[in-house]
Design a binder for this molecule. Structure first.
Ligand code: ADP
Length: 399
């Protein structure tokens, strides 16, 4: 007994459910013979007409379809069209007489896994194995994509739930807190000096706590509102956006004697409100975390790879690079309240706004050497309604 026949005998033939789209009985037998020689144990149905083909694929599931190109009554490739219409992914191999190059390319383009010429039938098993393997890979990829889509949807839903929770909690807490703050303040005003010294102190602590909590809840509300109430995007010069932010910070700028230098900034199609908030938070931090010198703040932007990179830099106390990422986390602060007041939400709000606008934000800094906050915004946001501009222009011409 030769070594190779021994090996063949010990390998069980692989079961293969085949649909033969073929009207020549001799060719059918030759195809099955080639499959057997290639280590398969084929179980074949055959279809010669469209009706038979449809009946077969509706009733059975096949590992592979082997179809001749030219049948008496119809073409094998029409079987492929039927499969695709029914969104059925069954490997489809043309087994045919001479097929011109152009025809072969056309068949592959239309989704044929392979084609095997009838006078090269020994190649058939290899083609079948490869087609089945490719289908398995397609299925694995599809499953992975479905799983990923499911995870993304799950994540989006849990994000939505969390945001809803933060919004409702901060919104509904405002009212009772306002009562606490108002009445402790009233207590303080009415009874200052009328009770003992300790009572004055306790009331002052209570007022301070309530006021702080109000500020915190207010920031939390701003945070959870980002993206909930989308305003209208518009074409706006970012210099105007910075001016608005500075107007809101006028008192702090004057008090600290801050000097703000703003380069020429681009005009973008964007919702201005949230961007004002971003600049306001970054500039107010640059003022708050100043060093021995009066704050000097520089704002600029450069275009790079299809996006604008904005930077807001200061000459303040700087940030240890190991904290460059965590400072954007909600409530994360590097200093105690007695050193620098704040809620720890300013940068988290900036991050949420910038990421929703399709950009990213980060900090570059060294302790004692000032900080530079950079963020990107797409240079050409996809939502810009160009047709609208065109329409408006045409309207003007028509008038
Ligand atoms: P808050 O300002 O209320 O503390 P933020 O989220 O705005 O909260 O900032 C988080 C932390 O990042 C700050 O507490 C501070 O430690 C650090 N930080 C932010 N901006 C600067 C800056 N310009 N210079 C130095 N440190 C900063």
């Amino acid at each position: 007994m030769s070594h190779s026949s021994n090996h063949l005998a010990s390998t069980p033939a692989e079961k293969l459910k085949v649909l033969l789209v073929e009207d020549d009985p001799v060719d059918k037998e030759l195809v099955l013979c080639a499959l057997r020689n290639g280590g398969f144990d084929p179980q074949a149905d055959s279809a010669e007409t469209q009706e038979q083909f449809i009946a077969c694929i509706e009733k059975n599931s096949y590992h592979v379809i082997l179809a001749d190109y030219n049948l008496c009554s119809w073409r094998g490739t029409e079987a492929l069209d039927l499969l695709q219409k029914g969104a059925m992914d069954i490997p489809f191999i043309l087994v045919t007489g001479a097929l011109g190059d152009e025809m072969a390319v056309d068949c592959i383009k239309r989704g044929t896994a392979d084609y095997v010429l009838k006078d090269h039938l020994p190649r058939l098993p290899v083609a079948v194995r490869r087609a089945i393997r490719e289908k398995q890979l397609r299925e694995a990829r599809r499953q992975a994509e479905e799983e990923l889509d499911r995870k993304i949807e799950e994540l989006a839903r849990s994000n939505r739930d969390l945001e809803q929770f933060a919004y409702v909690a901060s919104h509904d807490l405002q009212e009772p807190l306002r009562m606490v703050a108002t009445y402790t303040q009233l207590l303080g005003e009415r009874y200052r000096g009328k009770l003992d010294e300790k009572a004055d102190k306790y009331i002052a602590y209570a007022v301070d706590g309530a006021v702080r909590m109000q500020a915190l809840i207010n920031d939390l509300l701003i945070y959870s509102r980002v993206g909930r109430q989308r305003g209208e995007a518009q074409r706006i010069a970012c210099t105007t956006v910075v001016e608005r932010a500075l107007r809101n910070l006028q008192a702090a700028v004057n008090e600290a004697g801050a000097v703000v230098k703003c380069d020429e900034l681009p005009t973008l199609y964007i919702e201005p409100g949230p961007l004002v908030q971003v600049f306001q938070n970054l500039i107010s931090n640059a003022i708050k975390f100043h060093g021995p010198e009066p704050p000097r703040i520089e704002i600029s932007a450069v275009e790079k790879g299809g996006q604008w990179v904005f930077s807001v830099s200061d000459n303040g106390i700087g940030i240890d690079p190991q904290h460059a990422e965590d400072i954007f986390v909600i409530f994360k602060r590097l200093h105690s309240r007695s050193e620098y007041p704040g809620s720890g939400l300013g940068l988290a709000i900036c991050k949420k706004i910038i990421e929703q606008a399709g950009g990213s934000i980060w900090a570059e800094s060294q302790p004692g050497k000032g900080s530079t906050f950079k963020f990107t915004l797409p240079a050409r946001p996809t939502a810009e309604p160009e047709e609208k501009h065109e329409l408006a222009a045409r309207d003007l011409v028509n008038r």
